[in-house]
Design a protein around this ligand. Structure first.
Ligand code: NAD
Length: 363
């Protein structure tokens, strides 16, 4: 892949060029862009698309569900009827590249198993479509770099489907860290997990990008990064399983400790075997926490001086997609661009390396 051989300096230069491409996305004339609603095609009609994203796209103001891309023909009629999708906006994974000729689709949202994120993001970029890609961005740093390069080369934007940065209580704790409302942050702990009773699922297969760290670990890792405002410099990680008959190839549970330049330590946990959903930040002059911190609704928390963090929004996914659509239409920077997904995957790679070798890994 193209990104594999890029040096650090070249890559930074490319990121800058990427930001330029983002400022001038393909196909939007200045005169008409303010009123436009972006037509979104969902790629992959699994659980997240079906239960969350498609219903959320009925509530968005700046984008709407215009098309579908699926490998399961039996789903097509139902989706067409339910969402009024015309035949011309229906694609398979095989003829997907023809989407380049479809002016009704502005945006492609990749909602496939993790191992397919890189391929479909790059195909969407080549087709000249703006791209949203679900988390985790990809399986490794070189895939992430290739995705960023493809979007830059084709002058389209790339957003990663993190929800929490768009959520108001999360935004409050991010601000506390930035403004040092409770003084310097000293330690962070974040745990994200659920009991997954499924067997034979792609989330249990290594080649598909399965594993708790990829799926849930990115939430704990993101929280450590956005609450500290720093990038980790080293990690120590351990993986464990309570159901080795199911989790033969990938981690059922991952525990990791991140070291930050200021000396701050963050403890992260991710699991498919334990239900947990909490974020706690200890600072010089107090503490604050969110519990739950990454569910689809009901994010709430408290602070050591009794503030309640209980802002509500109608629908997280609708907010995320509307924020991103509006940013593209107004040529503003995206809240969570590809570069942010890449930063996580750099750490995720180090977490896996540490768990495999039993060594502290410098990032
Ligand atoms: P899912 O298994 O329910 O759906 C995956 C879809 O991909 C299915 O429609 C399946 O048919 C299709 N597919 C295409 N090629 C496949 C292959 N080779 N093997 C298996 N399936 C294949 O998964 P999901 O829960 O909808 O997750 C999809 C993506 O969305 C993942 O990347 C996941 O991390 C992400 N996700 C994000 C959130 C969030 O809150 N941001 C929540 C859930 C899922």
């Amino acid at each position: 892949m193209k990104g594999q051989s890029t040096t650090r300096r070249e890559f930074i230069k490319q990121l800058a060029l990427g930001a330029l491409a983002l400022a001038l996305p393909n196909g939007y004339a200045r005169s008409s862009r303010e009123d436009k609603r972006l037509g979104v095609a969902l790629v992959g009609l699994g659980r997240y698309s079906t239960e969350q994203l498609a219903p959320a796209l009925e509530r968005t103001k700046h984008c709407y569900l215009a098309g579908i891309v699926t490998g399961t023909p039996s789903k097509i009629e139902l989706w067409q009827k339910r969402y009024g999708i015309p035949d011309r906006n229906v694609y398979s994974y095989t003829n997907f590249d023809q989407i380049a000729n479809n002016p009704h689709i502005d945006m492609v949202y990749v909602v496939l198993p993790n191992s397919l994120h890189a391929e479909f993001t790059m195909r969407a970029a080549k087709a000249g479509k703006q791209v949203w890609c679900e988390k985790p961005m990809a399986l490794n740093v070189s895939q992430c770099e290739a995705m960023i390069n493809a979007c830059r080369d084709n002058r389209v934007s790339l957003a990663i489907g993190y929800r929490m940065q768009h959520e108001p209580n999360t935004q409050t704790v991010i601000r506390y860290g930035k403004e040092r409302t409770y003084g310097r942050v000293n330690s962070i702990s974040a745990a994200a997990g659920f009991y997954d009773s499924r067997t034979g699922h792609w989330r249990q297969q290594k080649a598909m990008g399965g594993g708790a760290m990829y799926d849930m670990g990115v939430y704990s890792l993101q929280a450590a990064r956005y609450c500290s405002g720093e990038e980790p410099v080293a990690v120590t990680a351990q993986q464990s399983t309570s159901r080795p008959e199911i989790y033969q190839e990938v981690d059922e549970t991952m525990t990791f400790e991140l070291e930050f330049p200021s000396g701050l330590l963050a403890h992260g946990k991710a699991s498919f075997g334990m239900t947990m959903n909490s974020l706690r930040v200890n600072a010089e002059k107090g503490w604050y926490e969110l519990e739950p911190f990454q569910t689809y609704s009901g994010i709430q928390g408290i602070t050591s001086d009794g503030r309640r963090l209980n802002a509500t929004i109608d629908n997280q996914q609708a907010k995320q997609m509307d924020d991103d659509a509006l940013a593209i239409l107004q040529r503003q920077p995206l809240l969570v661009p590809g570069e942010e997904g890449l930063r996580d995957i750099r750490v995720v790679e180090a977490v896996y390396r540490s768990a495999r070798t039993g060594q502290r890994v410098v990032i």
